[in-house]
Design a protein around this ligand. Structure first.
Ligand SMILES: [Zn+2]
Length: 239
């Protein structure tokens, strides 16, 4: 074998190894990510850290969840248009109409993309309002702070409900973001559950999915609309 053939053989071998090992590494990383998010760490991650003020904790997480949903929906903007989604729906049974109680008092029918635009602008205005979300550490929160946070979470949930019901196939087939969407939603559900931020009735469009997430982390029975946590969460199982 002359030197040029040897070089060619080495090159081909490297290319072969490269093609073989890249998917394996990607699969390993994905398994690692799934295992981390599916472990008790995520359950623990939503809990109020010792010594932390509940409102500070809610404020930090509200900003994080807002950013997550904003990015997730941002990947769908070319598919969620006024013609594809003329109404803001979550399956055939649920439709959301926009009102902010200030400039729009009577709920109006708008396309999903317009609804999400109103919703994100409204949340951003709350987050930027220093009288609601004080930016200095130790500054006091307004008495209605938790009510504002609950409204923000209720509205962020509506975006998840629309994405799962209307755009999930696109997320799986084209965007390959299913694992990321599910991981974000699991985190969102656990945080919402921990602090009881959304009424059960509001969760109805994704009730089965939420129930399956909660049943994985807890052993929960829903009896006559009340929750009963009968056993501690499954902290070491893979999800
Ligand atoms: Zn849409």
């Amino acid at each position: 074998m002359n030197p040029s053939s040897l070089e060619l053989a080495v090159l081909l071998l490297m290319l072969f190894l490269h093609l073989c090992f890249i998917p394996t590494l990607a699969a390993q990383l994905q398994n690692h990510i799934d295992a981390t998010l599916g472990s008790g760490n995520l359950r623990e991650a939503v809990r109020l850290p010792p010594g932390e003020h509940p409102n500070e904790w809610l404020a930090v997480n509200t900003v994080d969840f807002f950013n997550q949903v904003n990015i997730l929906y941002g990947t769908l903007t070319e598919f969620c248009t006024a013609s594809s989604c003329p109404l803001m729906t979550a399956g055939p049974k649920y439709e959301y109409r926009w009102a902010d109680g200030v400039s729009i008092k009577k709920p109006i029918e708008v396309s999903a993309s317009k609804y999400v635009e109103y919703l994100m602008d409204w949340i951003e205005a709350q987050l930027d309002d220093k009288s609601i979300f004080p930016q200095k550490l130790g500054a006091s929160f307004p008495p209605n702070f938790q009510d504002v946070v609950k409204t923000i979470f209720k509205r962020l949930f509506q975006v998840y409900a629309h994405i799962y019901h209307t755009h999930f196939e696109k997320i799986v087939s084209l965007l390959k973001e299913e694992a990321h969407l599910n991981a974000c939603f699991k985190h969102f559900v656990l945080f919402t559950w921990e602090f009881q931020l959304i009424d059960k009735g509001e969760l109805a469009p994704l009730y089965e999915l939420i129930e399956s997430i909660l049943q994985f982390f807890f052993k929960i029975y829903f009896v006559l609309g009340k929750r009963i946590v009968s056993f501690c969460f499954a902290s070491h199982a893979a999800f």
